[in-house]
Design a protein around this ligand. Sequence first.
Ligand code: M6R
Length: 610
Amino acid sequence: MCGIVGYVGQRPAKELLLEALKHLEYRGYDSAGIALLEGNQLFLAKRAGKVSELAELVSKKSSQATVGLGHTRWATHGPPTDSNAHPHCDCHQKIAVIHNGIIENYLPFKEELQARGHLFRSQTDSEVIAHLIEEHYDGTNLLEAVKRALHPLRGAYAIAVLAADSPDEVVVARQGSPLVLGLGQNENFAASDIPTLLAFTKTVVFLNDGELAVLRRHGVELVDREGRQIYREPQQIEWNAVTAYKQGYKHFMLKEIHEQPLAFANTLQNRYELGTGRIILPELHTLTDKIHQVQMVYLTAMGTAYYAGLVAKYLWREFFKIPIAVELASEFRYSKPYLDEHTLVIAISQSGETADTLGAVREARARGAPVIAIVNVAGATLTRESDATLYTHAGPEISVASTKAFVAQLAALNLLGFFIAQQRGWLSTGQTRPAIESMARGPTLIEQLLQKEHEIARLAQIFYEKEHFLFLGRDLLYPIALEGALKLKEISYIHAEGYAAGELKHGPIALIDAQMPTVVLVTKESVYEKVFSNIEEVKARRGIVITVTDSLNREIEHVSDFIIEIPQSSRWLVPILFVVPLQLFAYHIADLRGTDIDQPRNLAKSVTVE
Ligand code: M6R
């Protein structure tokens, strides 16, 4: 969950690495560091805190270096201190290593290395890598030394290594953590993600697990863990670097909330025929036979992506003639579900790098189950470990709190549900046509909701000092209640709980008093009367009710303290429309509380450790 970057080229490495680290900071931001190689001189700077503090630290350092490494950390082993910040070095400070991941068996190696006289300066697992390389490095072949050092290590890593005796190269390796190479003119890069590279190049090469590479000014060399050369065709990335910048918005989160009409439209684009209702997903054609034989579907994911899976379960159950289950990937993997070639596993992930989701997918495939991934980041590990990928086209999502990726996941899941149902004959194209027509209106309706931002910001003014919130929803608005609570707690640090509205009277109702706001989501589409009764129950206990509804009427006005009105739509759009005001509400509350919205404390954008 750290961000790493390596560079070999002609530009001033210090400035380039600091710029790249700003892009990578969403992955972890408790400390940062750089290593620069100028001739045979290794310069290191690292500091607890954000990249801006590292930039301050090195602001007076003039450097001609055109080779270097950069790291931004999310602490796992050892607190966020200067000494635990990366890069880590060998005993003589001639080799520098940056690492994203966890070395699970580092302790026995550390003890052995210390017994052999190695000097450790940090509490991290990562430092053993530097000392192991030191033991294998003869001053000539850095690649070979890295390969040998990594051989006995277990766990996950993406690493980049510099050595003062090999001044024109950076060696990188990957096992279980993301790493992509960027190819330029007389310069080459490695980084944890594509958006970081886009400021410099759009030509990339993805590294697979077990592979290493040497970056030199005039080219890159890829090898497998046995040292065999690999040729891989570079790919062109279409994302525009500009879309990854804030474009005048105060935070990436706000920009991404406002990009939702586009994210939704782009995800649907060219994937259906409006006239006939036919769903067109050529990326799934290799799985057509398997889809015909499927007897059970599991949706699996973490966090917000998991809530997207929950929404799909409610919607798909209306026409699927086989069971559907949704499980947190972290639970699914270890709960020994029955899986075979007739079980379809659908893994949902914005980043495609979430360790829990990858673990679930590996387990499913090992037991013969076909896997479809729904992923936003092109070329992410999950796409390469699944049988087929349905991309969401949300564009780069930088804010740690997921917004537009969620809406795009809901769009993709609607399409996938219809596609499977059409293939299996559970729905005719005539039956899906009205649903598709309604979805085509989605971008306009989301846009209408975004126009209500001022109204929602005023509501945030009233509530931003509260310390507890309850979110209630039922049926397909239950997952949206969970998502509304998650958004609020992630970025405002307010305690918020999401509940299925029917569960209220089984416990959480004890929390309600005149101080506790309850956000109730209620749609005309289903269980209106039941949820209406829940509002009455809250009011009877002097609770404050904020109702979010697409069925405004006198009854609701009477029992609600505040109302956010949602445009009327079909069931396929209801969850998408209801989530937008909850995102804005969380955003404006967090803004008033002055939190670090794009990089909330203790979190990271992609959780690449279990
Ligand atoms: O990249 P993924 O979609 O796999 O990430 C899953 C969760 O870590 C993610 O949705 C997380 O819950 C977000 N911070 C939610 O805003």
